[in-house]
Design a protein around this ligand. Sequence first.
Ligand code: UD1
Ligand code: UDP
Length: 368
Amino acid sequence: MKVLSVVGARPQFVKEFALGRALGDDHEEVLLHTGQHYDAELSAVFFDELGIPEPDYQLGVGSDTHGRQTAECVVGVEEAIESESPDCVLVYGDTNSTLGAAVAASKSAPELVHVESGLRSYDREMPEEVNRVLTDHAADVLFAPSERAAETLREEGIPDERVHVVGDVQYDAILAAREHARSVSTVLDDIGLSPGEFVLATVHRPRNTDDPERLTAILDALASADSEVVVPVHPRTEDRLRGYGHWEEYAERLRLVDPVGYLDFVRLLDAAARVATDSGGVQKEAFFLDTFCLTLREETEWVETVECGWNALVGADPDRIATGLAAPTPGGSKPSLYGDGTAATRIVDVLEARLTPDEVDPNPIRDR
Ligand code: UD1
Ligand code: UDP
């Protein structure tokens, strides 16, 4: 089986890591990096730490408007499909790289495969919501992390035979990284943090960063936490904070640091007393690592984490953020929400069964 795997933004490198391992040497994986993320700390560090091979294609699309960024992905992925003739194109999650690859593959590849299907925030203002709905509806094979995600796809009229519930590939990645991060990461010492005695925070959604009132409400609420708050700052957020003239103020009140590599991030999340985030992936990873999560949004795609009490939707509301920071860590047993850490292997099994032709019996019918 020959697979063209398309990545472009930070969370997709983590998802591809899980898939690449499961594909192993039995299959050919051609790796295409759209270049949506290009800074070393958002891209190269993941390849280095996770041992992801050098991409076969680098489109270099960079930062641009949604239309131009997506369009460049469409053109570049189409060209790669023409050159490589893969059996399928694998796309991950919900970024502009995902959508661009989906548009190209739905027209020119034998199969478009979407990893992380069926997630919905029902907020059409989020670019990711548009990307994931369009990608799901264009895909030939859809891998859902949970039964609920599969049910959502059914409700939207996607035929059952296209949908497979396999669990979440980021769980596979966390299981591979957690212990390793504990032994190799020096991030706690580097920043001067003690396990269980700090809050980790990430903010990068335009809804939060592009509205100065929301952004300052969130950061003010975090700054009033009893413990230290460390914030690996996404470039979009740094750009906005500097633009609003608030960078210096928050650099004094919070530990603003550059984005960290995956192993350091897993270590921080594992050791944090709490995490506050508007990230999709970090909400899940917090659940996997037993860290209570405050989600800095009004809604989430990962509803199961809220229902079981490990995630609280606090928006940009200072009171809800303060309450969440002070709340006790949930007790009792945790449900298994997103599979058993073998999502990537299951995906490869499904694709193998679908795409690898059965051996043809060489004997003529009358000799059988
Ligand atoms: C993108 C995804 C989002 C995902 C996030 C993961 C879309 C629409 N958004 O958001 O779903 O959660 O990646 O982190 O696809 N920039 C740099 N260096 C880089 C990359 C970006 O400085 O290497 C800056 C640029 O100013 C750019 C801004 O960050 O304009 C936003 O980058 P972009 O890739 O457009 O969106 P993200 O916010 O990263
Ligand atoms: N991450 C990281 N370093 C950071 C912040 C996040 O390695 O400084 C990882 C995190 O562990 C997760 C992924 O990046 O695997 C999430 O990316 P992000 O929050 O940017 O995107 P989203 O999941 O919201 O699309």
